[in-house]
Design a protein around this ligand. Structure first.
Ligand code: NAD
Length: 263
């Protein structure tokens, strides 16, 4: 159904990396509902997600760049600017996970997590900033994690990448502080997406428990509320960060984590 009520981002273009699933798809839908045209990216089924964005009544396109490859990222930025004329909103969301103790952590997994979860945000920002600076307006939202603020065992690469992206967020915000470009990080706690479902499945198998029991055990261990955060809640924060009331929110790492980091 075409949404005609909301148009606060009408005429803007948002590039959301890793938007075929989970949090990225939630962000893309919410930004589209505000009227922004969307460039999607990510692996897996894309037809369903594209149809969901189209239903919001905006223009949508898709680019299959592998976010671990700088040359493909450069092409993603170029093609988005060519297709829509500009990138006004950049959501650096694509990410993967792998868990193991450091001594067992495979080097290729470390390299992939650093490339996709951290370096890709540098490359997109590096290429998208000149256009934003020319227009003196931009919103860069980095999807970090509560693991950008605190650590968990067995997540060395993920925690390092997420702490790193918060550092990148602050530098991007400072370098553009006298402009209409803001950069902030969102730090979710547990969100029940495919990325987390894999960790639920692994736990259920390891501990010989049902999927539901594993889910409850996983979320309760770290998240005092005992509830998952939803992609829609995170997307509402992203929409706020894109709006005029957030123009002085700069370089912030904003957690939405059911109380996780308050402990
Ligand atoms: P997800 O697996 O549902 O989605 C990840 C997206 O990234 C998918 O669209 C996938 O195709 C894409 N992707 C993966 N590798 C890619 C690559 N090389 N190139 C291009 N796209 C690629 O996961 P999610 O939970 O929605 O995670 C999204 C972001 O949120 C990640 O950065 C993740 O670290 C972060 N995050 C998730 C949680 C959580 O609990 N789910 C918590 C905190 C932070």
């Amino acid at each position: 159904m075409v949404n005609t009520d909301m148009s606060t981002l009408k005429g803007k273009t948002a590039l959301v990396t890793g938007s075929t699933s989970g949090i990225g798809l939630g962000m893309a839908i919410a930004l589209a509902k505000q009227g922004a045209n969307i460039m999607m990216n990510g692996f897996g089924d894309k037809d369903g997600p594209i149809a969901q964005i189209k239903a919001c009544g905006v223009e949508v396109d898709y680019h299959g760049a592998d976010m671990s490859k700088p040359a493909e990222i450069e092409d993603l930025i170029k093609q988005t600017e060519k297709r829509f004329g500009a990138i006004d909103i950049l959501v650096n969301n694509a990410g993967i996970q792998y868990t193991a103790n450091i001594e067992d952590f495979p080097t290729d997994k470390w390299d992939a997590i650093i490339a996709i979860n951290l370096s890709s945000a540098f490359h997109t920002t590096h290429h998208a900033l000149p256009g934003m600076q020319k227009r003196n307006w931009g919103r860069i939202i980095n999807i970090a994690s509560v693991h950008g603020l605190v650590a968990s065992a067995q997540k060395s690469a993920y925690v390092a990448a997420k702490h790193g992206i918060i550092g990148l967020t602050k530098v991007t915000a400072l370098e553009n502080a006298r402009t209409g470009i803001t950069c902030n990080a969102i730090c979710p706690g547990w969100v029940l997406t495919p990325l987390v479902q894999k960790q639920v499945d692994a736990r259920a198998e390891r501990e010989h428990i049902s999927n539901d029991v594993a889910k409850t055990a996983l979320v309760s261990e770290k998240q005092p509320s005992g509830e998952f955060v939803s992609p829609e809640q995170l997307a509402a924060l992203a929409v706020f960060l894109c709006g005029p009331d957030a123009s002085e929110v700069r370089g912030v790492a904003w957690n939405m984590d059911g109380g996780w980091a308050a402990q």
